[in-house]
Design a binder for this molecule. Structure first.
Ligand code: VG1
Ligand code: CO
Length: 544
């Protein structure tokens, strides 16, 4: 193998965010930019010589070029084998599944998730370790440190490999296998859910479904599982071809970006279940006919019902949610006597808890739920969970959610995002807010009295790592909360996220619009942080 050592200089902006490094395509296309980051990953870990690396992405623009570059670097750095998804495709949960099943050293996932794709849009890269999950913070920080000091990277002279057919190839001395990206994942889903039962309902039309793959990576997975295996009629999966620019849309499954699906679910003859997934297939949105399931509620409902599904029939060990996620799941854990953990935002913080067997289910308010079957959130898994649950309970989505509220109370919840703010302005807003926290404690507002106000810090119960500065929490009497944090996935300016929650135990009050039920707290958030005055924005960019 003809190894080349290429001299380079550091870039100062390669600190991974909530989920990997995300930048505009033009940034990634600068000479050495991608290579510097990849070499910084390899230099941050030990023991990969001769081992397997899993490689794939969400199919967005620049996916294939980046993949060929990484293959040559992996060979030159001494990996023994690479498993690559056909056409460079692997959804994030499928990559996690493949890493675990084939006992790989780790994987590199090329995705900027729900961010738009195309030459003028975003690209991203993420490293997952041998447990199949996103590298823990101590590794991502080591990658960043390496990227600041890098002066050379290793590659090799080799031809590009054919990504468009399944089979074996070599890059230098490294074996490359182009694999079916769907097979291992489908087999895993078959172990967890009652495919026979779901097939009976879907193929007979007793249960109908519309899944929106948003022109992103989940299309091939949804076609294979929902249509081929489960017999849903053709047409049940829409926007099912992964496109390099996602057809120009935000591949973000929420009420704002999945408009067609939402219209269908609110129209005449709506299917029983509506769902959508994001760019890399790890998020999910669940809808019923004329009904929207808040992601936080979805997690709580899964926890309360998991025992009804084959993969979780033995019960669950515990649950976890990210700090801004609503406390609906805490109430279920309380009732079932299960441990419940509150982690910082981002899936990497669930890894240790899952590996240690402390939790079985976990989730985030940002349309992410998952279980110990992989180490990523998993969009299609969540859809199958709901399908299987509807089949077992024989009730509509709305009926399942409403009976959950009656039993546990309803945690009204909303997130308000202010996107593309000036970075300094957003940082000043947060810093001023932090400075005011001590004086807020004890203060009485119309919406309630502040019991606690802090900047969230997390000590990992498995390895004692402390992660601080994870978001400002204002906790009010009665469990209501307002949380403020800045996004760690954006590529333009800063995004301020405001998360608002209030518990309602009175069942006669469960049918309100959350924006109305939470009005007092929404006003209070603006009063405390002066969002409108400081940003000049009259309203959030996106409300979920
Ligand atoms: C957002 C979400 C967070 C999620 C992350 C990655 O991060 O809020 O819950 O884990 O995206 O999701 P942030 O820092 O922008 O709030 V994905 O599907 O974009 O990999
Ligand atoms: Co995603």
């Amino acid at each position: 193998m003809n190894i080349t050592t290429v001299a380079t200089q550091p870039f100062t902006d390669q600190r991974p965010g909530t989920s990997g490094l995300r930048k505009k395509v033009e940034v990634f296309r600068q000479p050495h930019y991608l290579e510097n980051f990849v070499q910084s990953i390899f230099d941050a870990v030990d023991g990969y010589r001769g081992q397997t690396l899993v490689l794939g992405g969400d199919g967005r623009f620049y996916n294939r070029e980046a993949l060929q570059t990484i293959l040559k670097m992996a060979a030159a750095n001494g990996f023994g084998r690479a498993l690559v998804g056909l056409n460079g495709i692997l959804s994030t949960p499928a990559a996690s599944c493949v890493i675990r099943k084939h006992r790989a050293f780790g994987g590199i996932i090329l995705s900027a998730s729900h961010n738009p794709g195309g030459p003028a849009a975003d690209f991203g890269i993420k490293f997952n370790t041998g447990n199949g999950g996103p590298a823990a913070e101590k590794i991502t920080e080591a990658i960043y440190r390496n990227s600041l000091a890098i002066d050379e990277y290793r590659s090799c002279d080799a031809d590009d490999i054919a990504l468009d057919r399944i089979g074996s190839a070599r890059v230098g001395e490294m074996a490359v296998e182009v694999i079916d990206p769907v097979a291992d994942y489908t087999a895993l889903m078959e172990q967890l859910f009652d495919f026979e039962r779901m097939r009976a309902l879907l193929s007979s039309g007793e249960l109908s479904l519309c899944f929106d793959a948003m022109n992103a990576v989940t299309g091939p997975y949804a076609r294979e599982i929902l249509i081929e295996r489960l017999g849903a009629p053709a047409g049940s999966v829409i926007r099912d071809r992964p496109l390099a620019d996602f057809g120009g849309i935000h591949p973000d499954p929420n009420l704002a970006h999945a408009r067609d699906l939402v219209a269908r679910m609110n129209g005449p003859g709506a299917p029983d279940l509506g769902a959508a997934s994001d760019g890399d297939g790890d998020r999910n949105m669940i809808l019923g006919a004329n009904f929207y399931v808040t992601p936080s509620d979805s997690l709580a409902i899964m926890a309360a019902n998991a025992h009804l599904l084959p993969g979780y029939a033995a019960g669950i060990a515990g649950v976890a949610r990210s700090m801004p996620t609503s406390q609906a799941v805490d109430r279920v854990a309380d009732t079932l006597g299960l441990p419940c953990f509150e982690t910082p935002t981002g899936w990497k913080f669930f890894g240790n808890l899952l590996d240690a067997g402390k939790i079985t289910l976990c989730g985030e308010e940002s349309f992410g739920t998952g279980s110990d079957h992989v180490r990523e959130k998993d969009g299609l898994w969540a859809v199958l969970f709901w399908l299987n649950l509807l089949a077992v309970r024989g009730e509509s989505v709305a009926a399942v959610v409403r009976s959950h509220w009656r039993h546990f109370g309803r945690n009204y919840y909303t997130r308000h995002d202010y996107e593309a703010l000036d970075k300094t302005l957003a940082e000043t807003l947060m810093n001023d807010l932090k400075a005011r926290l001590p004086e807020l404690v004890g203060e009485r507002f119309a919406a309630g009295q502040v019991e606690q106000a802090d900047d969230f810090s997390y000590r990992d119960p498995v390895d004692d790592t402390v992660s601080s500065g994870q978001g400002v929490r204002i906790l009010l009497a009665g469990g209501a909360r307002i949380v403020f944090r800045l996004s760690g996935t954006g590529t333009e300016g800063a995004t301020l996220r405001v998360y608002i929650e209030r518990l309602e135990t009175d069942a006669t009050q469960h049918e309100q619009d959350p924006q109305i039920a939470l009005q007092g707290l929404i006003d209070l958030a603006d009063e405390i942080a002066a969002i409108r005055r400081r940003t000049g924005r009259a309203a959030p960019t996106v409300i979920t």
